[in-house]
Design a protein around this ligand. Structure first.
Ligand SMILES: NC(=O)c1ccc[n+]([C@@H]2O[C@H](COP(=O)([O-])OP(=O)(O)OC[C@H]3O[C@@H](n4cnc5c(N)ncnc54)[C@H](O)[C@@H]3O)[C@@H](O)[C@H]2O)c1
Length: 332
C-alpha cells in the first residue's frame, strides 16, 4: 500500500479517492485542508489517520510515500514544491500551475530532489477520448485534422475557478484537458490564436473564449467554451474531428438511437465516423473509470521504476498554451 497524504481534501480529491478506494492501493495516512469539516469528512470516509491545517506540519511529521496535491490551481506549484522538497512522490492535479514560470520551478525542484511527478490529466486514462487517439493513429480520416469542441454553461461553483489569479476561468482550467490531449495526439504545438470574451462581467477571470492551436504537422484544434452563462442555462455542446477523408462525431454529438443494436450503451460508448459517399461506421469503446485508472497507475509507478505516463513536460506544454490563449495568442 502507498502511504498517502493529501493537500486539499475537497471535491476532486474526494472523487479521485472514492473511485479507487476499493482497490486497497492507498493508506490515507494524513491530509491537509484549511476547512476542518473536510478533514473530518476524510477521516470518516477514508479512515484518514491525521488531519492538519497546514501542509508544512503534515510534511514534517507524517510518514508518507506520496502526496496528492488537490488544492486550487494557484497553490499547485507551492504545494508540489514543498512535497518534493520533503522527498515525496507527487500526484498534482491539472493545470500544473497558473503560468509557465511556476511550471519550470516545479520541474526543476522535482528533478533536484529526485522525486516522481505525475500530472492529473485524467483524459489520458479515458477510453472515450482514447478512441480519438486510436482513430487519429489509424489514418482513416487522413491528415491534417481539425478537432473542434463547443461547450457552454454556468461553470464550476467554487469561486477560485473564476478568479483570474487563482483558477483563471475556462481557457486555462477547463480547456487545459483539450490542450494536453491534443499534444498527446498531434505532437508539438507551434502556434496559438485566441479570442477571449467577457460575457457575464461578474468575475475577474475571462469567462468565455475561442482558442485555436496549430500543431507541428498542420493539425489544429478549435475550442470554444463559456463559463459565463446564467444558472440553469447549458448549451448541448458539440465535438467533432474533420479530415480530408471524412468526419468523426464524438458521443453526444450525433443521434445514437439508430445504432443501439450495434453496441451496449450500458457498458460501451460510440463515436460515428462518416466517410466519402456518406458511409457510416461506428467506432465503439468499453467504458472505464478514468479517475480509478489514473490513480491505479500512480500507485504502481510510485512503487516501481519506469517513466510517468503524464509528467511535468505535459503540464508545462499545456500551461504554455493556456498562457498564450489568455493573452490573445502567439508563437510557442
Ligand atoms: N482532473 C480533473 O478532471 C479535475 C476536476 C476537478 C478539479 N480539478 C482541479 O483540482 C483542483 C481543485 O479543484 P476542486 O474542484 O477539488 O476544488 P475544491 O475547492 O472542491 O477543493 C480544493 C480544496 O483545497 C482546500 N484548500 C484551499 N487552500 C488550501 C491550503 N492552503 N491548504 C490546504 N488546503 C487548501 C479547500 O478548502 C478545498 O477543500 C483545481 O486545480 C481543479 O482545476 C481537476
Amino acid at each position: 500500500m502507498v502511504k498517502l497524504g493529501v493537500i486539499g481534501c475537497g471535491g476532486i480529491a474526494t472523487h479521485q479517492l472514492t473511485s479507487v478506494w476499493d482497490d486497497g492501493l492507498f493508506d490515507l495516512v494524513a491530509g491537509t485542508d484549511i476547512r476542518p469539516e473536510q478533514l473530518e469528512l476524510f477521516a470518516e470516509k477514508f479512515g484518514m489517520g491525521k488531519g492538519y491545517a497546514d501542509h508544512r506540519d503534515m510534511l514534517a511529521e507524517a510518514d508518507l510515500d506520496a502526496v496528492m496535491v488537490c488544492t486550487p490551481t494557484y497553490l499547485h506549484a507551492e504545494h508540489t514544491i514543498a512535497a518534493a522538497e520533503a522527498g515525496k512522490a507527487v500526484f498534482c492535479q491539472k493545470p500544473m500551475a497558473m503560468n509557465t514560470y511556476d511550471c519550470y520551478k516545479v520541474i526543476q525542484t522535482c528533478e533536484a530532489c529526485d522525486v516522481k511527478l505525475q500530472l492529473g490529466f485524467v483524459r489520458r486514462y479515458d477510453t472515450d477520448w482514447g478512441t480519438l487517439k486510436r482513430v487519429v493513429e489509424s489514418g482513416e480520416l487522413g491528415r491534417p485534422l481539425v478537432w473542434r469542441q463547443i461547450a457552454g454553461g454556468p461553470g464550476p461553483k467554487r469561486p477560485f475557478f473564476m478568479n483570474k489569479m487563482e483558477g483563471g476561468g475556462p481557457m486555462i482550467d477547463g480547456m487545459v484537458h483539450n490542450y494536453d490531449f491534443a499534444c498527446h495526439c498531434f505532437g508539438a504545438p507551434v502556434e496559438v490564436k485566441s479570442m477571449p470574451v467577457e460575457i457575464h462581467h461578474s468575475t475577474t477571470a475571462l469567462d468565455t473564449g475561442t482558442v485555436c492551436v496549430r500543431f507541428e504537422d498542420g493539425d489544429t484544434i478549435m475550442v470554444a467554451w463559456s463559463w459565463g452563462l446564467p444558472e440553469g442555462v447549458r448549451t448541448p455542446g458539440h465535438t467533432d474531428v474533420l479530415g480530408p477523408n471524412g468526419a468523426l462525431y464524438f458521443p453526444g454529438s450525433f443521434d445514437a438511437s439508430k445504432f443501439q443494436d450495434q453496441y451496449d450503451p450500458k457498458t460501451e460508448g460510440a463515436y460515428l465516423m462518416v466517410l466519402e459517399g456518406g458511409e457510416e461506421k461506428l467506432v465503439t469503446f468499453k467504458r472505464q473509470n478514468m479517475f480509478r485508472e489514473e490513480l491505479r497507475h500512480f500507485a504502481e509507478w510510485v512503487t516501481e521504476d519506469g517513466a510517468p505516463r503524464v509528467g511535468g513536460d505535459a503540464g508545462l506544454a499545456s500551461t504554455r498554451i493556456a498562457e498564450l490563449a489568455l493573452g490573445g495568442g502567439g508563437l510557442i
